[in-house]
Each structure stands twice: as C-alpha cells, then as structure tokens.
Design a protein around this ligand. Structure first.
Ligand SMILES: Cc1ncc(COP(=O)(O)O)c(C=O)c1O
Length: 391
C-alpha cells in the first residue's frame, strides 16, 4: 500500500495497554503457567445475585428489544435519585444519558465537546484512555503534572498556566486511577474557580467513588454550586461499584443540551445500551447497597497489606492510595524503566503489572489489588525475590 488509507487520528492511537498486559497474562495462564495477575482493572467479586436475578427476570419477561437511545427512563430516574442521595446534586432524567460503560460516556462527551484543535487538560499520571479519546475526537491533550511528594495534589498555579485560548475542558478523575489520589474539597474548589473564570467544562470521572478509604471522602465537583454544575459533565457507572464490568452500563449527567447531543451520537452509533443490562443496573442502584460496602472494606485490608509490603522493598517507594484499587509504586531506585520492569517481571516470575509509561510516568508500575489476599501474598513474595535478585 502506497499510503495508509486509514484514519490518521485512529492510527495514532495505541491499543489500551492495561487490557494488553491482561491478555498476555491470560495467554500464559492458558498455557498452564501459574501467573499472578496484578493487571486487572475490575473487582474480583462476582456480580451480586440480586442483580443477576433482575437480569434473568428481564429476559423472562421478554425485555429484549431496543430501548430509548438515552436509556430507560426508570434507570435515568434511578441515576438522578442516586446523584441526589449520594452526591447532593440534582439532575432531571432528561439530563442523564445511559451508555455502554463509563468509557463510552467519556467518549460521547469528548465527541460532543471537541472541535479540531481544542485542548483538554489532563492531570498526569492519567488513565490512558483520556488522551486517546481526546485525540480520537480531534482534540489535543495538555498535561499538568502532579507528584507523589505532594500527594498528587492539584497545584492551582500549574493548572492556570496550562489554560490557553484553545482550552475546552479539564478532565478530573477522583478517586484516581492509577495513583489512588482523592481530591479534597479545597482542590475541587480551586479547579472550579479556574473552570468558571475561563468558561471551561469539567469532565468529572467518578467511577471509583465507592472504593474509598477513610478518612478520605468523595465529593463531586458538581455539588459545589450552580455555576460549576452547569460546566460539569459528571461520569459514573455500575462497573466498579457493583462488580459489573462486563455488563457495560455507565452514564453521564450534564446540562440538558450536552445530554441531547450525546443522545444524538448514540442514536446513530450504538442505538442504546443493552436492555437486559439496564434492568440489572436498575437493581444495582435501587437495591441493597451492602455488597458495595463489603467490597470497599475488603479492598481496604488489601490496600494496607500491599502498601506495607511495597514500602518495605529496597529501591521502591509508594504513595498510600486513598481510593480505587491500585498501588502505583515508584521504582526509580531500581534503575529500570517501567516497560523493562514489567516485561521481565512477567517473563521471569510470572507476575503481571502494568508499566507506568502507559499512565505518563515511566518510573512507576501499577498493581491492581482487585485480587485475593492469597494472590497478593504470593505475588509480593515473587516481586520481592525479583527485586532482590536485581540488587
Ligand atoms: C478511571 C476510569 N474511568 C472509567 C473506566 C471505565 O469504566 P466502565 O467499565 O464503566 O467503562 C475505568 C476502567 O478501568 C477507569 O479506570
């Protein structure tokens, strides 16, 4: 082929590395190897039985046809009730769009907001999908760094100096993947002040809201006042809170005009999220919330264990995650970059971690602790052995 006939934008995107390492680990496992996976971005718990039962009932009653493109009204009402109950923000069902996962809601948001060359501010380290989606929508990611020395706090001065005439939005992710940072109210107020002053949208990805370790608390930036609520596109979903990653239900809540445009995109792309999965998500949001609390307690125990083990390793330092289920240790003391470290770790001691380069930080690795305590112990013993062999 003379010149590639494919989209330049899409050709510039790398495949999602977090899924790639997981696939490699699964392939080794399929070949009979005893691989410990710290790569996964999904809770290791089964979806609650009551949620599965709601899906079975939906199937039995023949709830298997197209739904409205923006999602079932009952589910949008349940999301509105949840946002008021948990986050203190009021939205009407017309301001809510259900999609095939929060990732899809984020993609719709980028498509709705972005004109060619618009800039989107992303705090680094970042979840790999944000810059990829901005590029796919024809925009330009602009990175603002945060560091473990100041607990990954947002520096308002640094944020302000990244704003240009072309800035369209700020992407916020608290609790954070990969760092485990959780935004304080003061940090959110600072971000809101910048957004209001410059008329910038705030895309607030709150997917890890329920996986949070006291005394950290989740605050939605949309709850800080009317002006910032109007500029915020709040993103959330059921994947992480109810261990429903495969069901693919997420949502956005925003000004009605944004919701309308996101619905328009869906009407011409996916038509609607799966009917049965919507029935399941309705039960997740309206039913007993004990499962989510149990899961968060379990993650807390694992966080404590993993952080202790990582901090004891020579050449490694680790911020203690306040939320989500990832540890993001700094391995710069080992004189190895993250790709080399993670490839060697998988091939030599059969432990899968994700290279920090993927998240814009080449001297870190990401370990998901969405795996059993037994696996954590075994995996950490292997990592310890690997690191000691390098010294
Ligand atoms: C920060 C962040 N946002 C969104 C998502 C996607 O969630 P969903 O499964 O609802 O698409 C993930 C999944 O890994 C994530 O880490």
């Amino acid at each position: 082929m003379e010149s590639a006939p494919f989209s330049k934008l899409i050709s510039a995107i790398e495949p999602s590395q977090t899924l790639a390492i997981d696939s490699r680990a699964k392939a080794l496992r399929a070949a009979g190897k005893d691989v410990i996976g710290f790569g996964a971005g999904e809770p290791d718990f089964d979806t609650p039985e009551s949620v599965k039962e709601a899906a079975r009932k939906a199937l039995s009653r023949g709830y298997t046809k197209y739904t409205p493109p923006e999602g079932d009204r009952a589910l949008r009402e349940a999301v509105a009730a949840k946002l008021e109950r948990d986050n203190g923000v009021r939205y009407t069902p017309e301001q809510i769009v259900i999609s095939c996962g929060a990732k899809h809601s984020l993609y719709n948001t980028a498509m709705v907001l972005c004109n060619p060359g618009d800039e989107f501010i992303i705090f680094s380290p970042y979840w790999v999908t944000y810059p990829a989606q901005v590029i796919m929508a024809g925009g330009t990611p602009v990175f603002v760094s945060t560091s473990p020395e100041d607990g990954y706090r947002i520096d308002a001065g640094r944020l302000r100096s990244a704003v240009s005439r072309r800035t369209k939005a700020i992407i916020l992710n608290s609790p954070n993947n990969p760092t485990g940072w959780v935004a304080s109210r003061e940090e959110l107020e600072a971000v809101a002040a910048v957004a209001i002053e410059h008329g910038l949208f705030v895309i607030s990805d709150e997917i890890y809201e329920k996986i949070i370790y006291p005394p950290a608390e989740h605050t939605s930036i949309a709850s800080l006042g009317k002006d910032i609520r109007e500029l915020t596109i709040l993103i959330n979903g059921v994947s992480k809170s109810y261990s429903m990653t495969g069901w693919r239900i997420g949502y956005l809540a925003a000004a009605q005009e944004i919701a309308k445009l996101a619905t328009r995109i869906q009407s011409h792309s996916t038509s609607n999220p799966t009917s049965i999965a919507q029935a399941a998500a309705l039960e997740a949001l309206n039913g007993d919330q004990g499962f989510t609390a149990m899961m968060a307690r379990e993650f807390l125990k694992r966080r404590d264990y993993l952080h202790k083990r990582l901090s004891a390793l020579p050449g490694v330092s680790c911020f203690s995650p306040r939320g989500a289920f990832y540890a993001f240790p700094d391995i710069s003391g080992l004189n190895m970059k993250s790709d080399e470290f993670s490839i060697q770790l998988l091939e030599k001691v059969l432990v899968a971690v994700v290279a920090g380069r993927t998240f814009g930080s080449d001297y870190n690795i990401r370990l998901s602790f969405a795996t059993s305590m037994e696996n954590l112990e075994k995996g950490m013993d292997r990592i310890e052995g690997f690191i000691k062999s390098k010294l």
